[in-house]
Design a protein around this ligand. Structure first.
Ligand code: SF4
Length: 450
C-alpha cells in the first residue's frame, strides 16, 4: 500500500531546489541548469553567503541551457558542452555544477560523456547532479544525488591520508542547510567539551575540504534524512564508522545524540556530566516559559525526525501536540514514532506539499500554535493560527540552547495573537466550504500504488 498516492495532488518540492541550496553554498561555483528555462528560476535572484571567504555575500552565477522542443527531439548535449566551456571562459570558477533536470533525463542526454569530453579544456571541477524532480515523491532523495556527485568528483584518494585512530579525534559533523550558524556553534560547543576536533560539512565549504571528508575518525549525522548514502560509502571504502542516531533537538534527543558520540571515544562519564549540568541550567531557565505554554495545543509540519523531536520538546513544555505532518517516512524515525503509535488523539500524516489537507486538518483542530517549514507558514497564519518556523537561519533550535530559544519564541508569540486573528478575519483560503466538511484524507488512494 502506498499512502503517498492521491487522486488529487497539489505541488511538491523538486529535488533540484535542495541540490541547489548545497551547490550555491560551495566556494566559487557556477551552476549550469541543463533544462528548459524555468527550472532553478529561484537561483536567478539569489544571493548567498560564503562564510569563511573574503567574498562574504555574492550573487550565485547561474547559466541555463534553455532546452527547446527541438532539443527534446535532437538532444541537448551540444548546448551543455557549450555552457560548460562558456562558464570556464567567462568566470574561471573553481567548481561547475551541472544540474540534470527532468527534460534531459527523459531524453537521455549523457552528461557524464559531455563532462568527460570537456575536462581537458576546463580547469574547474565539474560535478553532475542527477536531480530530475519527476523521479521521486521524496525530495530528500536529493541528498543521495548530491552525495553521489561529491563522491565521483571530489574523492580522489582511495584510502585515508592519515592512519585513522581514535587519538586523531577529528569528527565530521554533517549539518543540513537548515541548521543555522547558532545551531552549528551549539553542537560544536558540545562536541568540543568532549575534547573532539570538529569539522562541519558539507555546506559552505571549499572543494579541498570536501576531499578531506575521508580523513576523519568518525562521521556524525544530525539528521538521518540526509546522510546514510554518503556514510555507507565512507564506511565501506575508507573504513570510517558513523553515527546516525537522531536529531539533536530537545533535551532527550540532544542528550542521547551526545552520549552516542561519547560512547565511541569511551567518554561516557564526561558526557553524563555535561548533560547533567546543561539540563539543570536549562530546566531552571525554562520554568517561566512552561507556565505560559502549559495547556496550549500545537500542530507541527516538517522533516520527520525534526518534527517528532520538536513534538517531544513541546510536550516537555506542557504543550499538547494534536497533529504532525511529516514530509516522508523512513525507518530512522521508528524509535521516535514508537511511543506515539497508540496515541489516538494525535493525527500523524505524511505529505510533501498538499496544503489542502493541512487546511482541512487545521480547521478541525484549531491549535494554538503552528510550527512548520518557513515557506509553509503563510496558510496556517491566514487561518488565524500563530506560526513559528520549524527552523530559520538566525534562530537556534538545536542542542540545549535551542530548547530555550524555542520556548522563549513560543512564549513571546502566544502573548499577543491579535495579528493572526486579523488575518483570519480579512483573508480566506481558496477552498470551498464543502472541502472542510469532507474527511481530510479522502483523496488518498488507500491500497493502491501507481
Ligand atoms: S520537477 Fe523537473 S521540470 Fe520541474 S523544476 Fe524540477 S527538474 Fe525542473
Amino acid at each position: 500500500m502506498n499512502l503517498a498516492c492521491r487522486r488529487f495532488h497539489q505541488t511538491q518540492l523538486c529535488q533540484s531546489s535542495l541540490c541547489l541550496s548545497w551547490a550555491d553554498s560551495i566556494s566559487d561555483p557556477v551552476i549550469i541548469m541543463h533544462s528548459p528555462v524555468g527550472c532553478g528560476g529561484m537561483n536567478m535572484f539569489k544571493r548567498e553567503y560564503f562564510f569563511d571567504g573574503p567574498d562574504k555575500l555574492r550573487y550565485v552565477r547561474t547559466i541555463n541551457t534553455n532546452l527547446s522542443e527541438t532539443d527534446v527531439i535532437s538532444g541537448g548535449e551540444d548546448k551543455l558542452r557549450e555552457a560548460i566551456l562558456y562558464a570556464e571562459e567567462k568566470f574561471h570558477p573553481e567548481n561547475i555544477f551541472v544540474m540534470m533536470t527532468c527534460v534531459p533525463t527523459l531524453t537521455g542526454d549523457d552528461a557524464d560523456a559531455v563532462i568527460d569530453s570537456a575536462k581537458n579544456e576546463v580547469k574547474a571541477n565539474i560535478m553532475p547532479v542527477y536531480c530530475a524532480g519527476f523521479k521521486s515523491k521524496i525530495p530528500a532523495s536529493a541528498y543521495d544525488a548530491l552525495y553521489h556527485g561529491i563522491i565521483k568528483t571530489y574523492f580522489k584518494e582511495k584510502e585515508p591520508k592519515n592512519k585513522l585512530t581514535k587519538k586523531n579525534k577529528r569528527v565530521n559533523l554533517f549539518s543540513p542547510s537548515s541548521a543555522s550558524e547558532a545551531d552549528k556553534n551549539e553542537l560544536r560547543r558540545l562536541l568540543e567539551m568532549l575534547g573532539l576536533k570538529v569539522k562541519i560539512l558539507p555546506y559552505y565549504t571549499r572543494a579541498e575540504e570536501l576531499q578531506e571528508m575521508t580523513n576523519a575518525v568518525l562521521n556524525v549525522s544530525i539528521c538521518a534524512t540526509h546522510d546514510e548514502y554518503l556514510f555507507s560509502y565512507l564506511k565501506e571504502i575508507y573504513g570510517i564508522p558513523y553515527i546516525i542516531k537522531n536529531v539533536p533537538v530537545g533535551i532527550k534527543n540532544t542528550s542521547s545524540w551526545l552520549m552516542e558520540v561519547a560512547k565511541y571515544f569511551h567518554k561516557e562519564e564526561e558526557a553524563r556530566k555535561i548533560i547533567e549540568e546543561e539540563t539543570d541550567k536549562l530546566k531552571r531557565a525554562l520554568a517561566p516559559y512552561q507556565k505560559i505554554l502549559s495547556g496550549k495545543t500545537a500542530f507541527i509540519h516538517g522533516g520527520e525526525p525534526r518534527s517528532l523531536a520538536t513534538a517531544d520538546t513541546l510536550e516537555m513544555l506542557g504543550v499538547e501536540v494534536l497533529g504532525i505532518e511529516a514530509r516522508h517516512h523512513d525507518r530512522f524515525s521508528n524509535e521516535l514514532l514508537e511511543k506515539r503509535k497508540n496515541n489516538e488523539k494525535m493525527t500523524y500524516s505524511v505529505a510533501i506539499g498538499q496544503p489542502f489537507e493541512k487546511a482541512n486538518l487545521l480547521e478541525r483542530m484549531k491549535p494554538d500554535i503552528y510550527i512548520g517549514h518557513n515557506g509553509q507558514c503563510v496558510q496556517p497564519a491566514k487561518q488565524g493560527i500563530p506560526v513559528q518556523p520549524l527552523f530559520y537561519s538566525p534562530n537556534n533550535y538545536m542542542g540545549f540552547t535551542g530548547v530555550f530559544e524555542r520556548a522563549r519564541g513560543l512564549a513571546r508569540m502566544t502573548r499577543n495573537t491579535q495579528f493572526y486573528k486579523n488575518l483570519r478575519e480579512n483573508l480566506r483560503l481558496p477552498y470551498q466550504e464543502s472541502w472542510y466538511k469532507k474527511e481530510p484524507f479522502s483523496y488518498i488512494k488507500s491500497g493502491e500504488t501507481i
